[in-house]
Design a protein around this ligand. Sequence first.
Ligand code: DQA
Length: 144
Amino acid sequence: MKVLIINGPNLNFLGIREPEIYGRQTYADLLAYINDYCAGQDIEAQFFQSNHEGAIIDAIQDAYGKMDGMIINPGAYSHTSIAILDALKAVGLPTVEVHLSDIAGREPFRRHSYISQACLSTISGLHFKGYVEALRLLQDTVNK
Ligand code: DQA
């Protein structure tokens, strides 16, 4: 299974940004954690991180016809981006939305995600484990 794992704005600052919310582990630690899971499975993970909405949309479109599924943590674009929602709907790949923090228990403006509408599921508040849960869900869906 080929999976594109997209991380949006400020996720490259993991370990530095608000460690009381996002923890002290870095973006490189996140990739190592995901790769560790993939190594024992039949999963080829490709990673993409950008702070730019258009670049994320380009990456989603680029996955069309190449990937079996996607995982996306859209960062703050979750709460604002109809364009990312439309891109996910356009390519139609099975996609799981992940948030490190529990967005339902934070500020009211984080409670709504536009992106959820185009996703199989939204996993929130499990920190790094959320990405592995998302991979498991994609495995169940794609290998069915
Ligand atoms: C986040 C939650 C978003 O509200 C926030 O803007 C982020 C990270 C998370 O992983 O918990 O940048 O997506």
